[in-house]
Write a protein that binds this ligand. Structure first.
Ligand SMILES: Nc1nc2c(ncn2[C@@H]2O[C@H](COP(=O)(O)OP(=O)(O)OP(=O)(O)O)[C@@H](O)[C@H]2O)c(=O)[nH]1
Length: 422
């Protein structure tokens, strides 16, 4: 396989007739296979520090990488004519390496893996190799036809990288582009071999063989560097996401809310629009912990988040800004609309008892509303205004919404505590 796939026979012809390729192929193969092996071993060592989801994709990739070293090593040891049986085995191993790399990429991107199609293509490589070695010994046809399933396997790898659901990064373009280039080269080589020496000039065949050799030698290493960069991007995305999110409830944390509120202020100033902020605190939450335990308290906080989400629109931004304190950013909402939203949230929480660890918990929330505008012209005054309204709601008896009106210097009550209205 390697002899044919890498065009080694042609490369050596070129060396002897035209003096174009000045390298010792077996040494080059030995160096490449050792380099590939070392890259795989380093990746195996590094992978133990990655999170489990990434680690499983890395392990499959490493398997593919080690498989790729075998044909390279075989040529280094057995020479450029490893024999018919070895060609069939090495062809199949080479195809299997790409199938494994494709599986790794599908695990990495979370896309559906067409495992049976990959195995079918690997089987096709084996079958073609056997047929054109024993039944009908035609090396040219063997090379031309094995390139088709190999190109398909390489294309599947490139496709899974370049059609990921997330935005593509330079590492994705590098790795996907490399596999795409290999696909094009495999197809071109198949065509050149299919047309044969009578139609294709010897120079072109030699050039093609050289390109195949160079790409086959660099693909494992460069492809693996690209894959590792993709893993690093994935990891840094995860870390950025974690830095934005409250680990208990999964909603944004205070830092993210502040960033989004600053952006909302910029938008409101530029477009002349308005937005509001709700400050929310769960009433008497300490008694939940005291009566039912901290674990039940944690689940109650998650339950309250779910209830609040149910009462919000998709563009409303819910965040946890303290222990049992939350805030909701309402883009485009003026004071009246913000009060309606706050009341919808409060009533939904009050009317939806939570069932946790065998207990039924009827939680209540108090809400303070503040709207960005002339009287509340920056973020700190907005947060302060929402807080003042919230604590006014607490002082007035809890389970209610208070608003810091633009027209009043004291908080106004939106909903006096009235269970009948809930
Ligand atoms: N289970 C759990 N409890 C928390 C968490 N963060 C804060 N708390 C608890 O929330 C309670 C807040 O108590 P307080 O500030 O006295 O307020 P409260 O009991 O809700 O009373 P009011 O706010 O005045 O209605 C404390 O007992 C904290 O321990 C958390 O992440 N999990």
């Amino acid at each position: 396989m390697v002899q044919q796939r890498l065009g080694l026979a042609h490369a050596s012809v070129a060396t002897s007739t035209r003096n174009r390729m000045h390298f010792d192929i077996t040494t080059a193969m030995m160096v490449t296979s050792l380099l590939t092996f070392c890259v795989g071993a380093s990746l195996a060592f590094a992978s133990s520090r990655y999170p489990p989801a990434l680690r499983s994709a890395m392990r499959v990739w490493i398997g593919g990488l080690f498989l790729q070293t075998l044909p390279l090593f075989a040529v280094a040891v057995l020479g450029t004519s490893p024999g018919a049986g070895a060609i069939i085995v090495l062809n199949t191993v080479y195809a299997l390496a790409y199938a494994e790399m494709g599986r790794a990429l599908h695990l990495f991107t979370g896309q559906r893996h067409h495992g049976s199609l990959s195995m079918l293509l690997v089987g096709a490589v084996a079958l073609i190799s056997i047929l054109f070695t024993y039944a009908w010994p035609q090396p040219g046809w063997r090379v031309a036809l094995t390139e088709i399933p190999i190109a398909a396997l390489q294309f599947m790898v490139a496709r899974s990288i370049l059609r990921q659901p997330r935005a593509l990064r330079p590492a994705d373009y590098l790795t996907g582009g490399l596999f795409l280039a290999c696909t094009v080269i495999a197809v071109s080589r198949g065509i050149v071999e299919f047309l044969g020496p009578t139609l294709i000039a010897p120079d072109l065949r030699v050039a093609m063989a050289s390109i195949v050799f160079v790409f086959s030698a660099i693909l494992p290493t460069i492809g693996t560097i690209g894959f590792m960069l993709m893993c690093s991007d994935h990891l840094s995305d995860d870390l950025s996401r974690l830095a934005m999110i409250d680990p208990l409830t999964g909603v944004y944390n205070r830092r993210t809310l502040v960033g989004l509120a600053e952006k909302a202020i910029g938008d409101a100033q530029r477009d002349g629009t308005s937005f509001s902020l709700l400050a929310i605190d769960v009433d008497h939450f300490k008694s939940i912990n005291d009566d039912y335990g901290h674990d039940t308290g944690d689940e109650a906080l998650c339950g309250v988040v779910t209830l609040m989400r149910d009462a919000l629109r998709a563009d409303h931004v819910l965040s946890r800004i303290g222990g049992e304190e939350f805030a909701i950013l309402l883009p485009g909402s003026g004071e009246a609309e913000a009060c309606l939203t706050a009341e919808r949230v409060r009533r939904h929480v009050a009317n939806s008892p939570l069932s946790i660890n065998g207990y039924t918990l009827g939680l209540r929330v108090s809400i303070g509303v503040a709207t960005f505008g002339a009287a509340v012209p920056d973020l700190s005054s907005l947060l302060r205004a929402a807080d003042r309204a919230l604590y006014a709601a607490k002082r007035a008896g809890r389970d209610r919404t208070m608003v810091m009106s633009r027209f009043a210097c004291a908080p106004e009550c939106v909903s006096p505590l009235d269970p009948q209205k809930g």
